[in-house]
Write a protein that binds this ligand. Structure first.
Ligand code: IMP
Ligand code: MG
Length: 172
């Protein structure tokens, strides 16, 4: 049986998300950014984040799928859902649940740059550095982890555990 080891309770996540929301509101004052959540993992984070922001924002979603094992993503990434809003000359923030190898993010940044936005920045709930393969700049991160597989608060293992309000290490 997999074991769930608590790493961050709901209250701590809420405080971190509020801090990021405040910072992004200051940084993007007057620029009406477009926040693009990466489904499915980022949906809980994005929905909490926008309610902590004090400036008008536009929301959209992307969904990719990668062929690989259950806990790692491999090189081949394809779209399940592409963006549905026009981002040309707009300020875009890509909102991720977790950055691991960085392959997904690097692929998505290249994809978004193709639409000629004014800027693309990255906001992630968790920055997991152990297996990073692609050099990417992360502009906003709530929490940094050196290693481990994390579930809860939108993050899954085989579609399980997304509903948990806190974050857990999954030991199996
Ligand atoms: P990357 O392309 O290796 O950076 O993988 C990023 C994606 O893999 C994330 O958006 C997650 O969907 C998934 N992933 C990587 N690590 C974890 C984890 O610890 N828990 C849940 N999903 C993860
Ligand atoms: Mg993801």
């Amino acid at each position: 049986m997999p074991e769930l080891i608590p790493i961050l309770p709901e209250e701590s996540i809420a405080a971190m998300v509020a801090a990021i929301g405040r910072k992004m509101s200051l940084d993007y004052e007057g620029r009406n950014p477009i926040l693009i959540g990466v489904l499915k993992g980022a949906f809980v984070f994005l929905s909490d984040l926008i309610r902590q922001m004090t400036i008008p924002v536009i929301i959209d979603f992307l969904q990719t799928s990668s062929y690989g094992s259950e806990t790692t993503s491999c090189g081949a990434i394809r779209f399940v859902k592409e963006i549905g809003v026009n981002i040309k000359d707009q300020h875009v923030v890509l909102v991720e649940d977790i950055v691991d190898t960085g392959k997904t993010l690097s692929f998505l940044i290249d994809y978004l740059q193709g639409f000629c936005p004014a800027s693309v920045k990255v906001c992630t709930l968790i920055d997991k550095q152990e297996r990073r393969e692609k050099e990417i700049e992360i502009d906003y991160a709530c929490h940094c982890l050196s290693k481990g597989f994390v579930v809860g608060y939108g993050l899954d293992f085989n579609e399980k555990y997304r509903y948990l309000p806190g974050l857990y290490h999954l030991k199996y």
